[in-house]
Ligand binder design. Structure first.
Ligand SMILES: Nc1ncnc2c1ncn2[C@@H]1O[C@H](COP(=O)(O)OP(=O)(O)OP(=O)(O)O)[C@@H](O)[C@H]1O
Ligand SMILES: [Mg+2]
Length: 254
């Protein structure tokens, strides 16, 4: 069976979407069969793969409210070996609609059950909140990967996130594990990035991925062309780093 990884941090702008897009693309490049699930109403992962998010007939929203089957929302081979369940702003309404539903913490898990085994990796991009969407991602996932931006206040909110993961593990998904943390937007020209990495390492007990994602302008540019970094600029520092991360993720067994 494959591994489903929720990319979560309720802090905004830390590199969740950039990591979702480029980790999944580099895993696919290495021959893994990958499903990406966008659970953020911002739909940035969806547009990052070149999809016009406002033109989509079926998205994760229709899937979660039971108006579409998983096969109808799945968009196949957006890049070689990689399928996506897209999202757009329609998803913003789902929190309210989920309130009355039975097993509302497991809607996503149940909805993708029958295609789950088709994949080596399922990468779930979470919104910047600890909402019912993030809970659904964590009940679907085997592990949680937390991107941490190398800046002041990097630790802010991290203990709350770890508490949430533990709560979900205790009450909703006994098998959930921490995949670990991944440092993003590392700027080697400043001491600050280095200090943040050392400081976070001193304060957490989680696995820390050895790969550190550098601040790289190519990573910020690629989404506007609708392609992942390995296709946009295959030799860039960003592409090299995400390939190394993919190797580490593949090598980490649970
Ligand atoms: N390593 C990097 N180098 C340069 N820019 C980056 C890097 N990682 C992310 N960015 C840029 O930083 C911004 C925030 O990144 P991203 O969208 O991945 O964060 P996020 O955690 O998904 O945000 P949100 O919480 O809004 O969903 C984006 O403009 C992105 O292009
Ligand atoms: Mg995002």
């Amino acid at each position: 069976m494959g591994r489903a990884i929720a990319i979560a941090n309720q802090k905004g702008g830390v590199g969740k979407t950039t990591t979702s897009i480029n980790l999944s693309a580099t895993l696919a490049e290495k021959g893994k069969k990958v499903l990406v699930i966008d659970t953020d109403p911002q739909g940035n992962t969806t547009s990052g793969f070149g999809l016009d998010k406002n033109e989509l007939e079926n998205t994760i929203y229709e899937l979660l409210i039971g108006q579409a089957d998983v096969e109808d929302v799945l968009i196949k081979n957006v890049v070689d070996g990689l399928d996506i369940i897209p999202a757009n702003v329609d998803l913003a309404a789902v929190e309210i609609e989920l309130i009355d539903m039975e097993e509302k913490e497991y809607i996503l898990k149940n909805a993708i059950e029958k295609i789950r085994d088709n994949y080596d990796f399922i990468i779930i991009d979470c919104p910047p909140s600890l909402s019912m969407l993030t809970i659904n991602a964590m009940t679907t996932a085997n592990t949680v990967l937390v991107p941490i931006q190398c800046e002041y206040y990097a630790l802010e909110g991290l203990s709350q996130l770890v508490r949430t993961v533990n709560l979900v593990k205790d009450r909703l998904n006994n098998e959930l594990e921490m995949e670990g943390v991944i440092f993003t937007m590392y700027d080697s020209r400043t001491n600050l990035s280095l200090q943040v990495v050392e400081n976070v390492k001193d304060h957490i007990n989680e696995n820390v991925y050895k790969t550190i994602i550098p601040r790289n302008i190519r990573l910020a540019e690629a989404p506007s062309y609708g392609i992942p970094i390995n296709l946009y600029d295959t030799k860039s520092a960003g592409a090299v780093a995400y390939r190394l991360l993919a190797d580490e993720v593949i090598g980490r067994k649970f």
